[in-house]
Design a protein around this ligand. Sequence first.
Ligand code: NAD
Length: 308
Amino acid sequence: ERLDHLYVHESVENVIPPEAFVEAFDGLDVSVDLVGDGESFGETDAVATYVPRPEFLDAGWVHCIRAGYDEFDTEAYEAAGVPLTNSTGIHDTTVSEIAIGYMVSLARLLHVYRDNQNEGNWYTPDYERPFTVENERLCVVGLGTIGQGIAKRADALGMDVVGVRRSDEPVPGVSEIFDPADLHEAIADARFVALALPHTPETEGLISDEEFDVLRDDAYLVNVARGPIVDEDALVDALDQDAIAGAGLDVFETEPLPDDSPLWDFEEVIISPHKGSATNRYHLDIADLVSENIDRYQTGETLRNRVA
Ligand code: NAD
């Protein structure tokens, strides 16, 4: 069965302008429309969406415009025989630049200077405090699209990059690969630990009290993956007790980060509001991926990024 319609669910507005996204499909051989809740779908319809909805299970194919599809019930898609795809593979530049930005700022105190600028302070930090990322060890946990993007850029900055990966296949820019079972060994010597793996039952709470004990007390945690991978109470305790030096966080257990979260108040924590992939051309990157899959669907080829 060929597709004759692509429906863009209004929830895409969480991350991209819906109209610009619809326009990005100009010239496609299917018609493209924006829809809200309460529509019904059939086998010749594709849906591109940010959130899951039960009615999507009647469509021919569903695309989650996020890389993290943990809110989708993959078993239900498999039971319904509806292919589900995600948007992994397009965040190597965007999300990894944010991770690099955190590390450079945490090392060179850009965030501290901006805090002081807000008060009109010409601020001089302690001599010991600023350092270069060059020659510092970075451990990237999860070496997929984003992890490899971080590793490549960190290597170019002269960092000593190691990583944690389920396969021991070499990765460009990564000098040593550890098995997930050896996580503690992998992170023990790191000045920076960057998380770039999906949120799954296996990775939930991966970084908790024990890991903060293992980490150097001058280490920084960078999380651009998903909040629940880090036990946030344990992170707050570690920061309170100076068991680690700081963090760069784009993702949180609860988003938006609640007003009363202690994380807001640490000078050495940089918070971005889950904007790792936010750029002015994100809608085009996603549209390219969806268009490629429409072509594949029409010609009966395997869909790229199929997750169920
Ligand atoms: P990806 O699928 O390309 O890479 C994920 C990698 O993690 C894979 O190589 C996988 O094998 C590995 N992995 C899975 N479980 C692991 C484990 N237990 N130990 C070690 N490695 C493991 O995905 P990606 O595009 O790199 O994105 C990674 C995650 O980042 C996504 O799942 C998403 O949750 C998050 N993300 C966040 C943003 C943001 O805005 N901050 C944007 C995109 C993606």
